[in-house]
Design a protein around this ligand. Structure first.
Ligand SMILES: Nc1ncnc2c1ncn2[C@@H]1O[C@H](COP(=O)(O)OP(=O)(O)OP(=O)(O)O)[C@@H](O)[C@H]1O
Length: 265
């Protein structure tokens, strides 16, 4: 991103800014006038009961679909309505609540796809026109992919088919693939879904390490304790609208948040 591409006039420390974002699906108003600011280098928790609009928020940020109205700025640049591949190229990558891995590919190849997604044109050109350089480049990618797998603790599964991995490991694989693009902002959607206590603790430690490496994170999780421990700031939404924001403990105990959660099972 060019340094002079800042279009918001906002705080240079804010990596992401949503301004009055709305998303409607026919009669369903899934996100309502949502303002959200994520500060560079932080973990920003996003909580809310089922159906409150958390994943839809990720979808509009990552370009799965555009917001109905409102604006989204990333690193000061207006990214509203850009296609998903362009947003990924600019430095936002994500994982999904239900892991999306390429089941009939090896775990290692899944991560390598992350690199290709980032350097698509360049890589295709190299492989077509300079096969020797390509094999060198592929070796380097392979090494980096192995490092990424080691980082999430999956190096020993590198040669297995992705579909043979346990559910928790598929979540870890998604994270390795997302990190392979070298994102500035990582969107984690329920990364501990379906995990036991030990696996969740491992994931929590991983979130800390990713943050320490300088990557900003937005974390969606039903596990409010995980969000409270991992986040610098938490935003709570209900029926698509913000109901509280601030330090994790404050938000967790906010009357509107308590009510929103008690009102659900
Ligand atoms: N593609 C879509 N088409 C129509 N309605 C949708 C679509 N995606 C989400 N919705 C609706 O938008 C609302 C918000 O859904 P969303 O998945 O964002 O909530 P959530 O907070 O992520 O829920 P959960 O915690 O259960 O994952 C819901 O009413 C949902 O049915």
């Amino acid at each position: 991103m060019e340094p002079n591409s800042r279009e918001t006039g906002g705080n240079a420390l804010d990596i992401l800014e949503l301004r009055k974002v709305n998303k409607r699906f026919g009669g369903v108003h899934a996100i309502k006038e949502l303002d959200l600011t994520v500060t560079q280098g932080t973990v920003h928790g996003l909580i809310g009961p089922n159906g409150s609009g958390k994943t839809t928020t990720f979808n509009v940020i990552s370009g799965v679909f555009p917001p109905t109205d409102g604006q989204i700025f990333f690193g000061g640049r207006d990214i509203t309505g850009l296609p998903a591949y362009e947003i990924a190229r600019l430095g936002i990558s994500r994982t999904f609540q239900i892991p999306k891995v390429m089941g009939r590919m090896s775990v290692l190849d899944n991560v390598m796809c992350g690199y290709f997604a980032k350097t698509k044109t360049e890589a295709a050109d190299t492989f077509l026109h300079a096969p020797f350089r390509a094999s060198r480049q592929e070796r380097a990618m392979r090494e980096r992919a192995m490092e990424q797998l080691a980082f999430v603790g999956l190096e020993r599964s590198a040669g297995r088919w992705a579909r043979d991995l346990a559910w928790a490991d598929q979540h870890l694989l998604q994270i390795a693939r997302a990190l392979a693009t070298g994102p500035k902002l990582l969107l984690l959607d329920e990364p501990t879904a379906g995990m036991g206590a030990e696996e969740s603790a491992r994931l929590e430690a991983l979130i800390r390490q990713i943050k320490e490496q300088g990557t900003s994170i937005i974390l969606i999780a039903h596990d409010v304790k995980l969000v409270t421990r991992s986040s610098d700031v938490v935003t709570a939404i209900e029926f698509g609208a913000k109901i509280a924001e601030g330090l994790p403990e404050e938000v967790k105990n906010h009357p509107k948040v308590v009510e929103a959660y008690l009102g659900t099972d």
